[in-house]
Design a protein around this ligand. Structure first.
Ligand SMILES: [Zn+2]
Length: 206
């Protein structure tokens, strides 16, 4: 799978220095600058240390099963168009080389809810999905909120059972404009995703 991050630093150069300093014990396969420049930092076939503790579907050792992409962003600003275009180009190659399906392109927050919030509410998942490199709910019907948690699991959110955390991580990615308690639209959106993209429970778990 692919895990997307933001750097939460002032510049791509600063992020590159951090990612290339062994003392920090953190690395990623790619770093994409605001300009769209793509820096290759770790070969795709090697493990990088970008994901940390967490889980997606049956995968608990995410570092050993993923390519990590750091997107230079301070955590508050919109992501620049050249940067999003460069990300799409990069994902096109990665997904083809490794047979990664769009639903296996996730955010750091998706696999580590409560611990990580990147790539954050400003990241345009819908745009990425429209280009075929991520997924987005399409045919949304109202659904009983009691189905929200089980369908979150079916889609891949297996890292937590905490109801508040599940709602916040879901909305950060799929419904950042929404407020208030869990409702029938949240449940409807995840129902559509879980129906079209059920997570592979037989995927490698270590
Ligand atoms: Zn991250």
């Amino acid at each position: 799978m692919v895990v997307l991050h933001y750097t939460a630093m002032q510049s791509a150069a600063a992020a590159r220095d951090t990612l290339c300093n062994p003392a920090n014990e953190v690395s990623a396969h790619y770093l994409i600058a605001e300009s769209g420049e793509v820096m290759s930092l770790v070969p795709e076939a090697l493990r990088a240390w970008h994901a940390g503790a967490g889980r997606w579907g049956a995968v608990t050792d995410v570092n050993s099963h993923s390519i990590g992409i750091e997107i230079a962003n301070d955590g508050f600003s919109p992501f620049a168009a050249p940067q999003m275009d460069a990300l799409a180009d990069l994902l096109k190659g990665i997904n083809a080389r490794w047979g990664i399906r769009p639903e296996r392109v996730i955010g750091h927050s998706d696999m580590a809810p409560g611990r990580k919030i990147d790539p954050g509410a400003r990241f345009d998942w819908r745009r990425l999905a429209r280009m075929g490199f991520a997924v987005w709910p399409e045919e949304v019907a109202s659904e009983n909120p009691e189905f929200f948690a089980p369908r979150m699991r079916s889609f891949g959110y297996t890292a937590t059972d905490d109801a508040d955390l599940l709602l916040s991580v879901f909305r950060m990615r799929f419904r950042p404009w929404a407020t208030g308690p869990l409702d029938e639209t949240d449940a409807g959106m995840i129902t559509d995703l879980a129906r079209r993209f059920p997570v592979d429970v037989n995927a490698a778990s270590t």
